[in-house]
Design a protein around this ligand. Sequence first.
Ligand code: AMP
Ligand code: FES
Ligand code: ZN
Ligand code: ZN
Length: 309
Amino acid sequence: MLCRICKSKGRRTKAVIYIRHHKLALCKDHFIEWFEKQTAKAIKEFKMFKKEEKILVAVSGGKDSLSLWYALHRLGYETYGFHVSLGIEGWEYSKKSLETCKKFSERIGRPLIVFNMREEFGYSIEEIAKGSGRKDICSVCGTFKRYLMNKMCKERGFNVVATGHNLDDESALLLSNTIRWEIGYLGRQHPVLPESNGFARKVKPFAFFTEKEIVSYAILNKIEYLETGCPNAKEATSVLYKRALAMLEHEMPGTKLRFYKEFLKKARPLFEKELKERLELNECQICGMPSTAPICLVCRTLERLKEEC
Ligand code: AMP
Ligand code: FES
Ligand code: ZN
Ligand code: ZN
């Protein structure tokens, strides 16, 4: 297959990728160009951030977040990486994640801010999850990561934090929220969650890219990412939704993108009022972060752990 853009310019260059739902075959250079243009388009269309804003990019060491950091850096944004080192020893997961992020930050010459849970809190995420009494370690981990992203933004003067969520993640989440008619979650599902009540703006510039497109971008740019996921991530139900969507995508290319985009355009506005009716928040008496209770969930969990020891 030949690159469509090269062909239009009278050159015969072999394509390295065929994007089925766009019916687009591209060579390496034109794929990278297309990918970065699409990123810039999503940022502009959804008013994610301005050129003069500095951006905290939350990086796990995986393909999505490192590719995001790379693309934003290439697009000329002032980026800072932020990595939460969770203290997970299985498969040396946290050690390798941190090393991968550090190496990448050196490669692009941008600073990496690291929050080490064991050093700062005295516990790993696994110990925290155990002590919290909540069974689902991933959801405890998610709460802590979101809290730390907000805290870092507040302490270091960032208005915006970017995460590497992709179309596979977003469409699977949408399917799961729709099947259960989670009105509140549907109202909040958007590539931009505006800043409010002391929380930083959260943006997902890769929400319209499939995993395959991101892996291709990472490989073509020689981004060294960690291939193994977290050892605690069990066969989550989200995998089931991803599988169902992959089946539909196979038969009807473009399903995922259509499902998500049409939701944003036609359905989400109906649920959006839920967002405007957010609860009044106070400052947590311990850490000062916004919270519905006098002491926030993170501080409550940490206090409980201290009492138990
Ligand atoms: P996940 O929920 O693991 O798919 O991660 C979603 C996004 O959250 C990633 O693309 C990153 O932007 C961010 N993220 C995940 N893990 C970490 C971490 N340990 N430190 C900082 N950001 C993270
Ligand atoms: Fe948080 Fe696995 S426990 S990523
Ligand atoms: Zn080309
Ligand atoms: Zn607190």
